[in-house]
Structure formats: C-alpha cells, structure tokens
Write a protein that binds this ligand. Structure first.
Ligand SMILES: Cc1ncc(COP(=O)(O)O)c(C=O)c1O
Length: 208
C-alpha cells in the first residue's frame, strides 16, 4: 500500500536458514517489475528460492483471475484442497487465451513506457508539493482522515481521474490514502491532465 518493495532477498535468506516456505503474492509486481516484467523475485534475483508464487491477472495484465506457480506436489494439493477452486466455475477460455498471449509477448517495451509514465507523474506530483515516497508505479497520496480521502477521491473522479481511496483496515487508522496506479497506456497528455486536476485538488483540500 506504500508502493515500496518487501525485503525479499533477506526474507528468502531467513526462510532458507529456518527451513521455512516462502510464498510471494506478487499481484502488483507481476508483468511490470523485473526483467521483461517477470516479477519481483526476478528483480531481486531470487526466483529459484520462491516456493509458491501467487499472482493476479487483473493488475499488470488488465484481465481477470489469477494463478499459482509452484512444484507439482503443491499444485496438486491446491487443485484437490482449495475450496475456492473446487466450488467455482473455471475462468472463461477467452480470458485464459488472452492471458497466455500476453505471457508470450515481449513486455519490456510496455515496461519502459510504464517507467516513463511513473516518472512523469511522480515528478509532477512532487512539483505540486505532494510528498511522494513511492519507488514504483503504485503511488499513494496520504490524506489522513477517512472522510477526507473519500471526498478527495470523489473530487478526482468527478474531474476524470480514477484513484481508489484506501481506508482502514487495509491501512492503519488516520493513514487513509488515494492509491494512484499508473498504466503504460496513458499518454503524456493524459498525465498532464491528471496533474492539473491533482493540483486543483491539492489546493481545494489543503493537502500541500
Ligand atoms: C496483493 C494483492 N493480492 C491479490 C489481490 C487480488 O487480486 P484480484 O482482484 O485479481 O483477485 C490484490 C487486490 O488488490 C492485492 O492487492
């Protein structure tokens, strides 16, 4: 929720020493972080040390559903024991086909565009006066009170910018925030327009 990274290298070291299993939920890193968007373990060069890799197809791919990658015995356990898998209809085949195509494609170009967009937005926000600490494409703007975060989000939405207000219990009390998720599809002009709305919002809500 802060747009930061976990200490994955250290976590895998501790895990190895303690003979523990390392599970990574990389919903926000898959397809965008690491070489060719291969995920956070690739970014930290610890892919082989991850026992279970869980990811979503709804974020980096803009599709729906998710997947678990692990060794065969773990996958078989999930198939046979996971209630949400057994009692839910399978994902529609067109979504699977769409997702598989994206697995095959080269994500490096899109990844670079995402990095450019992230830099443009972070720089613009900092110039407006927002305090931005994120080092990824997930950029939270900390508002504080839950009501203000909702009002702030409504103002953005009514002016063409969609950013989810995130509140307790997802984040600690009084740290409600707007989570801006940058995408590679945004043009330079889109980001300029968003920054203009965010500048007006900053003044209106006395954030800066
Ligand atoms: C870390 C993390 N894992 C999993 C999910 C769930 O993803 P989905 O909505 O595709 O089921 C989310 C959703 O925000 C998430 O933030």
């Amino acid at each position: 929720m802060d747009g930061d990274f976990s200490f994955l290298k250290q976590i895998t070291e501790i895990s190895e020493k303690s003979k523990a299993i390392t599970i990574v939920d990389d919903a926000h890193g898959d397809f965008v972080i690491g070489k060719d968007g291969k995920g956070t373990p690739n970014h930290f060069n610890v892919t082989k040390k991850i026992d279970l890799y869980i990811s979503s197809l709804s974020k980096g791919l803009g599709s729906f559903g998710g997947y678990v990658a692990s060794q065969n015995n773990v996958i078989n356990l999930c198939i046979n024991k996971s209630k949400s898998f057994i009692y839910t209809s399978a994902l529609p085949s067109f979504l699977i086909e769409h997702s598989q195509k994206r697995f095959e494609s080269n994500r490096e170009k899109q990844k670079r565009k995402l990095e450019t967009n992230t830099k443009q937005l972070s720089k613009g926000l900092t110039q407006i006066g927002y305090e931005i600490n994120s080092i990824t494409h997930i950029i939270p703007i900390i508002i504080g009170s839950e009501k203000s975060a909702i009002d702030f989000g409504k103002f953005l939405y009514n002016n063409g910018v969609f950013a989810q207000p995130i509140r307790y219990p997802t984040v600690p009390k009084n740290q409600a925030r707007l989570r801006i998720s940058v995408t590679a599809w945004l043009s330079k002009k889109d980001i300029e327009s968003a920054l203009s709305v965010l500048e007006t919002a900053a003044k209106k809500f006395k954030i800066v």
